[in-house]
Design a protein around this ligand. Structure first.
Ligand SMILES: Nc1ncnc2c1ncn2[C@@H]1O[C@H](COP(=O)(O)OP(=O)(O)OP(=O)(O)O)[C@@H](O)[C@H]1O
Ligand SMILES: [Mg+2]
Length: 225
């Protein structure tokens, strides 16, 4: 057994998709890796006192949930030990949209192997994104990628191009994969579904594929030995 990769999904800006990314990346990575459904290879660990990821996971039919989950927002010592949980290949930490609970956040930054920073194509999300990278991630020397989320294709390219230009100007690292806005993602939590449970119609397949492409680009799919 080897140590898990610990991916910290973090941004000081609220509502940019941290929980959505943590849960759906966990789902597609777990499905890709296969393994015993009774002992899934992926864990979602929530350090957000709001517990949105847990609220979502609890609504999913337990038989169909492809990952384990845990709420550890008030347990800095548990967070510090996440990388010792050798039963998992990947752990996704869902961070809060604020700097509340600095002790837990600091442990999460120490234990993480990489960070994922969702950003949305709205100028008000730019500043907090930059501060997240400069003040929290880079001082730890943690590899990171910003992920552009919530692009609504009906809005055209103006806003997403402005965001991309800003990321280039700041020299921030970002993924090629852009997560598009799909109503399916918005209603999934309330409906108790994760991306691997979406139906197979065209829109649902496209919505799920965004997460599969992101996982592939980030190299979370495992290795052929
Ligand atoms: N790609 C997407 N398509 C459609 N809806 C999305 C997408 N990404 C996120 N959302 C929706 O946007 C809202 C905010 O997303 P989410 O809760 O994941 O953000 P968050 O960063 O975790 O927020 P918080 O800071 O409050 O924890 C939710 O209603 C979610 O369903
Ligand atoms: Mg959240």
């Amino acid at each position: 057994m080897t140590q898990p990769q610990v991916h910290l999904v973090i941004s000081q800006k609220g509502g940019v998709g941290k929980t959505t990314l943590a849960v759906n990346l966990a789902a597609v990575v777990s499905q890709t890796l296969g393994g015993d459904p009774a002992k899934p290879p992926v864990l979602v660990a929530s350090i957000d006192p709001q517990g949105s990821a847990v609220w979502w996971a609890e609504r999913v039919d337990g038989q169909q949930l492809p990952f384990d989950y845990d709420q550890v927002d008030d347990q800095p010592d548990e967070v510090a030990k996440l990388d010792k949980l050798e039963e998992y290949d990947h752990i996704f930490i869902d961070a809060p949209g604020s700097l509340a609970r600095p002790a837990v956040l600091s442990r999460a930054l120490e234990v993480a192997t990489d960070a994922i920073v969702p950003v949305i194509p709205e100028p008000l999300s730019y500043g907090p994104t930059e501060r997240t990278v400069l003040d929290l991630i880079q001082p730890k020397g943690l590899p990171y990628r910003v992920v552009r989320n919530l692009w609504d294709r009906r809005d055209g390219h103006l806003d997403i191009d402005a965001l991309t230009q800003w990321l280039d100007q700041q020299g921030l690292a970002y993924t090629n994969t852009i997560l598009r806005r799909f109503k399916l993602h918005t209603v999934a939590a309330a409906e108790g579904k994760v991306a691997t449970q979406y139906s197979s119609n065209r829109t649902a397949t496209e919505a799920r594929n965004d997460f599969l492409m992101l996982a592939l680009e980030l190299g979370y799919g495992g290795q052929v030995s």
